[in-house]
Design a protein around this ligand. Structure first.
Ligand code: G4P
Length: 542
């Protein structure tokens, strides 16, 4: 899709049309379930890429943990794939990419604040995995609509009914199969489309779309037995009877409220089941939805422009320290070269080169609409969570921070460079590479991440981009929790008793660094009037 076409498209469209046209979503999965493969297949179907492999090669490979150049290179490439847009059946589909590497899970959580729905990919053999649960927790916080794709049906996996039970149990959500597999692994015959009443016969093909779709009049059609054998035909009839008895009919409103997730079965690598998934996604997924701010709920059809930054990407080239801030447009129309209000800094900025990221190319755009993501060149003015408006003083809520899992104390190895170190670590944590807690009182800095890879990235970037040399010493903290209380007395007592374990986060919120689950439970029991929050999302409740 060329950029000229998109620019044309943008300029001739009214806000209402543009909103109705857009579908902004993310694909989430535990690593290896098939997220990259599915993304690529969707792009192929949408005509956004022509060859397989284009997305896959951008993936941060698990083996890259100690290869800095590889990480840097891939970080750079991933800018291009941060947003992948294509047109399909008159809709503009925006896929927001989420990093596959588990050490970058925080990035994914933040990206989920910028989507309107998600597709969750499950490996049929592994079912619900740890990362799946965490990601879904974030989706549930905002009732994000979810479609589930059970992948790798060409391999031996768990029984489909057990998988559905597992999904409901572990993800605390109702499911509703819309297609149903016939056999699996070597005996995988295909899927039956429950509502479309058609049979999609499996053929392993990595390059073309599965074309073997057969309509059957009813489940009693002898053609069914002919195509999949009478044994599989009967099995399918019995299983569909059970489905009708156990699961409520699909209800789109319940899906849009995040209460029920439609389920599809297929094999991404074989292009199988992807078409049904995409078509249903286009039919049922929400157009851009509004967002809660600290003063009001902002609807997408609000006349005035507003948006928030959910991701910041540093320049690959250390000589140019500019960054790209990714802005999700919530309402109104964003225009190039128009002054907008940066609420936190109380300053106005205009953007001469706002960029859209198509699947393979970047291009400067003149306008963008709710649901779109634009890249803004930034010289250090943006932090994750910043809001831009046409003048209104409001901040969008809900860019969550979670408790990190690994904590290290940052030590300066070169006293002459302490300013550089300070600046570097602040900028890197603004980008969301890690979280930083400053011990109270004092200036000792604890850096927290979800994976070890970030420490290598930080150390490498501090030297290369800021000329600052540091060392990390492991700290034995189990969890960071944010504290709030209506009781000043208990808070004062707690602060006195736990003086060595208190820190402030970047926004000045009080944080308790608990060393063990036991000590945390004790603290919760001893100070019942203090609330211990495990995500910074508590700010939503204010
Ligand atoms: P991720 O982004 O969720 O981490 O997963 P990714 O798409 O990279 O897929 C992980 C592995 O699973 C890949 O194999 C991929 O080819 C394979 N895969 C994806 N979909 C299917 C499917 O439907 N059936 C089967 N059998 N395999 C599937 P790999 O060996 O890690 O990479 P590659 O050498 O195949 O590229």
């Amino acid at each position: 899709m060329d950029s000229f076409f998109f620019n044309e498209l943008f300029t001739t469209m009214s806000n209402a049309d543009a909103i109705a046209k857009r579908r902004t979503f993310g694909i989430i999965a535990h690593p290896d379930a098939g997220k990259t493969t599915l993304t690529e297949k969707l792009l192929l179907f949408g005509g956004a890429i022509q060859t397989a492999g284009a997305v896959k090669n951008n993936k941060i490979k698990k083996t890259a943990t100690s290869d800095f150049m590889e990480i840097e290179k891939q970080r750079g490439i991933s800018v291009a794939t941060s947003v992948m847009a294509f047109e399909y059946r008159d809709k503009q589909v925006n896929i927001l990419d989420t990093p596959g590497h588990k050490d970058f899970a925080e990035d994914t959580y933040r990206t989920l604040t910028a989507v309107d729905s998600v597709i969750l990919v499950i490996d049929c053999a592994n079912g619900v995995e740890t990362q799946t649960e965490k990601l879904m927790e974030v989706c549930r916080m905002r009732n994000t609509p979810v479609i589930i794709f059970v992948n790798k049906m060409d391999r031996e996996g768990k029984d489909a009914f057990s998988l559905l039970d597992e999904l409901e149990e572990k993800l605390s959500l109702k499911v509703r199969p819309l297609t149903w597999p016939i056999g699996m692994g070597d005996r995988f015959k295909g899927v039956y489309n429950i509502y479309g009443k058609s049979l999609n016969l499996f053929q392993a093909s990595k390059t073309k779309r599965a074309e073997d779709v057969v309509s059957i009049d009813s489940l009693n059609d002898p053609l069914l037995d002919e195509l999949v054998t009478p044994q599989f035909g009967n099995e399918l009839r019995e299983e569909l009877d059970i489905i009708d008895g156990v699961y409520d009919p699909f209800d789109r409103n319940r899906y849009l409220n995040g209460e029920v997730a439609p389920v599809f079965f297929g094999s991404a690598v074989n292009n199988f089941g992807v078409q049904e998934l995409l078509d249903t996604f286009i039919d049922i997924s929400p157009s851009p939805i509004g967002r809660e701010s600290d003063s009001r709920f902002v609807e997408p059809d609000d006349k005035k422009f507003s948006g928030f930054v959910f991701k910041i990407h540093a320049n690959l080239d250390p000589k140019h320290r500019d960054r790209i801030a990714f802005l999700r447009i919530v309402s109104g129309k964003f225009e190039r070269n128009k002054f907008y209000h940066h609420v936190r800094l109380d300053k106005n900025f205009k953007f001469p080169n706002p960029t859209s990221f198509m699947a393979q190319e970047k291009s400067v755009i003149d306008e963008a609409f709710p649901g779109d993501v634009v890249g803004l060149y930034d010289t250090g003015n943006f932090k994750i969570g910043d809001t831009l408006t046409e003048g209104e003083d409001m901040m969008f809520k809900g860019i969550p921070s979670f408790s990190p899992e690994i904590f290290m104390e940052l030590e300066n190895l070169d006293p002459m460079k302490s300013k550089q170190l300070d600046k570097g670590i602040h900028q890197l944590t603004d980008e969301g590479v890690a979280q930083m807690f400053v011990m109270q009182p004092g200036n000792r800095k604890i850096v927290g991440t979800v994976g070890m890879l970030q420490f290598e990235v930080i150390q490498h970037r501090l030297i290369n981009e800021y000329g600052a040399n540091c060392r990390f010493t492991p700290k034995n903290y189990y969890k960071a929790c944010w504290l709030t209380s209506d009781s000043t007395q208990q808070l004062t007592d707690f602060t006195r008793a736990k003086a060595n374990y208190l820190a402030k986060d970047k926004d000045g919120n009080l944080v308790f660094l608990a060393e063990t689950q036991f000590l945390l439970t004790m603290a919760e029991q001893d100070y019942p009037e203090i609330e211990f929050h495990f995500t910074s999302e508590f700010k939503l409740k204010k």
